[in-house]
Design a protein around this ligand. Structure first.
Ligand SMILES: O=C(O)CCC(=O)C(=O)O
Length: 266
């Protein structure tokens, strides 16, 4: 990206609470290996010899349900390489102005195609990530890089961001696992003078979206023919600290860069 593009990227991220790079920033062969790594993890095969962290979805579970696996980079060398790739670090630093960027928690997300009559749980309910991240001190600079590994189209249940909602503060409303997105829309209170405007993250394989930890987001069913594949890579900058500087819960691995890679600076 040129200097001007980077400057614009930061301004857009600050204004909207999200930013998309709708072209691949990774080598094609790495994307292919990361897809193979994702499939191996889903089968319970770990080329590092180490499993992921305990997860809502485990090998052998319903292939038609949303597959969410925690810390997949522990279990696959190719996934670790993708998560720690310097191109991702450069982009993350550009939109935040950070001097250090670390991937502190990662989720493998595989959204299978929804059968027309299916009641399967593949939606991601509207939420703000900050709701789940209370191990971090208030004001910590936390955000997410969502890397597509399949062609994410309007049909495949793309993530949708609510423009400017990162400026609404922590609302204490929303739920990742809620399936009734319309019901949530009726319940979530939009601050006076603001409006609910959605933007879909349409991305090719290797494309990336970034979102702030207070930006509302969610996703609907996948009506395309193939799975929607991605990694949600949760990032922090030098402006972040666990509460009481404790290494617990989601912050328990941050001192080990062989598990939680530093993507930029350090
Ligand atoms: O993959 C999705 O649809 C939602 C992912 C998400 O909630 C996140 O990346 O924070």
């Amino acid at each position: 990206m040129s200097a001007l593009a980077l400057e614009n990227a930061r301004a857009a991220y600050e204004a909207d609470g999200f930013f998309m790079i709708p072209q691949s920033i990774f080598p094609e062969e790495l994307i292919a290996r990361a897809i193979a790594g994702m499939d191996a993890i889903r089968r319970g095969e770990y080329d590092t010899g180490r499993p992921p962290q305990p997860s809502p979805w485990n090998p052998g579970d319903d292939p038609n349900a949303l597959c969410k696996i925690e810390q997949p980079q522990f279990a696959s060398r190719a996934v670790f390489e993708l998560v720690g790739h310097p191109a991702l670090g450069e982009a993350a630093a550009a939109i935040t102005g950070a001097t250090m960027v670390q991937a502190w928690w990662v989720q493998l997300l595989y959204k299978p195609p929804a059968a027309p009559d299916s009641q399967k749980k593949t939606n991601v309910g509207w939420h703000q990530d900050r709701y789940y991240w209370n191990i971090w001190e208030e004001g910590s600079e936390l955000f997410t890089a969502w890397v597509a590994l399949s062609d994410v189209t309007e049909e495949s249940g793309p993530m949708r961001f609510v423009r400017g909602s990162h400026r609404w503060g922590f609302r204490n409303q929303g739920d990742f696992f809620e399936q009734d997105l319309d019901g949530q829309l009726r319940a979530i209170e939009v601050p006076e003078g603001e409006r609910w405007e959605e933007a879909a993250a349409i991305l090719p394989p290797g494309g990336v979206s970034f979102h702030h930890c207070l930006t509302f987001h969610g996703s609907g069913p996948n009506h395309s023919a193939g799975p929607r594949r991605s990694f949600a890579i949760h990032l922090r900058t030098q402006n972040s600290r666990p509460v009481g500087d404790r290494r617990e819960g989601l912050a328990q691995f941050i001192d080990d860069p062989t598990l939680c890679p530093i993507l930029y600076g350090g």
